[in-house]
Design a protein around this ligand. Structure first.
Ligand SMILES: Nc1ncnc2c1ncn2[C@@H]1O[C@H](COP(=O)(O)OP(=O)(O)OP(=O)(O)O)[C@@H](O)[C@H]1O
Ligand SMILES: [Mg+2]
Length: 295
């Protein structure tokens, strides 16, 4: 049944009208990064927006997708009010380019709104609009950063399946570490082939504490789940970051000299140096995003 649906969708997608000026693009050029956590409030949204700003500083074209429907934190942290959401694209009101909001430093932003919660219930026409939208987005961006909702929902797993990289964020709190492990376990359950995930430790007292968190989590993940973690780095608890949040400005712009900004910059550089190796074609990307990928 699911197989039939998937192959029918693939056929439908083959009928997508490409813009005459553009050759068909089977492979996504943009690197799609999903930022996830088991526990809420560990710093995902701040990580997403500051990673985006650091990428902009290196001249990369970035779109952040706020997939944390309902809470819409990205727009608050960026200090921008989006006029449209992805639901407008799905419903055919506007095209993807018009749905984007330009944030600080030219960082582009797509509000998920309620659209991101309804991805598994789309009609064929809505799926085509979404696919066309992502074809356009793929032309506009080098990186697409998806700020997901905390926890183990199917929607989050779909974003992770569609992404080229997944970054798990945790703090040193034992509850956050336990919930990060639960998330990794649930990712492995739905993606048995996954061998590596990336980890960022936020709000650590010092580097040694963050390293300990990494070793603990990597130890159990490797041993019990066969998933190796790549440690991207840590961000200390930083009063400048708290002040920047209150001003609704990314700390990387408001206080570029702050230690947190410095660490976001290092993590960004490290990430850009790593080859992801995994790139989707747009059809598979969308099928994964809407939870109908069956291969
Ligand atoms: N490195 C840090 N130093 C100091 N405070 C921090 C740091 N990272 C996050 N915070 C604080 O934690 C709050 C929550 O951060 P953020 O919104 O990025 O988390 P989140 O994981 O996206 O939360 P949610 O799960 O609710 O979406 C921030 O408003 C900020 O006050
Ligand atoms: Mg958030």
């Amino acid at each position: 049944m699911i197989m039939d649906q998937a192959s029918r969708l693939r056929e439908l997608m083959n009928e997508i009208e490409y813009r005459p000026s553009e050759p068909p693009k089977p492979t996504m050029n943009a690197r799609v990064i999903a930022v996830a956590s088991g526990k809420g409030g560990v710093g995902k949204s701040n990580f997403s927006i500051n990673l985006a700003i650091q990428m902009r500083k290196l001249g990369k074209r970035v779109v952040i997708i706020d997939a944390d429907f309902g809470l819409a934190n990205v727009e608050i942290l960026l200090g921008v009010a989006p006029k449209h959401t992805v639901a407008d694209v799905i419903n055919g009101n506007i095209d993807m380019e018009s749905a984007l909001t330009i944030g600080p430093m030219g960082c582009m932003f797509l509000s998920g709104g309620s659209g991101m919660s309804a991805l598994t219930e789309l009609t064929d026409n809505q799926i085509l609009r979404l696919t066309n939208g992502f074809l356009l987005l793929d032309n506009l961006a080098d990186f697409i950063i998806i700020d997901t909702r905390a926890g183990l929902s199917n929607a989050v797993i779909n974003f992770i399946q569609a992404a080229s990289d997944t970054i798990v964020v945790t703090t040193p709190d034992p509850t956050a570490i336990a919930d990060a492990y639960a998330l990794i376990k649930s990712i492995k359950k739905s993606m048995p082939d996954i061998g590596v995930l990336k980890l960022v430790v936020n709000c650590s007292v010092n580097d040694a504490e963050a390293q300990e968190v990494f070793e603990k989590l990597n130890g159990v993940s490797a041993r019990f789940l066969g998933v190796k973690l790549i440690f991207l780095g840590c961000i200390p608890f930083d009063a400048y970051l708290v002040r920047a949040v209150r001003k609704q400005k990314p700390v990387s712009i408001q206080y570029p000299f702050a230690e947190s900004a410095n660490r976001y910059s290092q993590i960004c550089a490290g990430l850009l140096d790593m080859d992801t190796g995994k790139k989707n074609n747009v059809q598979n990307f969308i099928l994964k995003l809407i939870g109908r990928f069956s291969a």
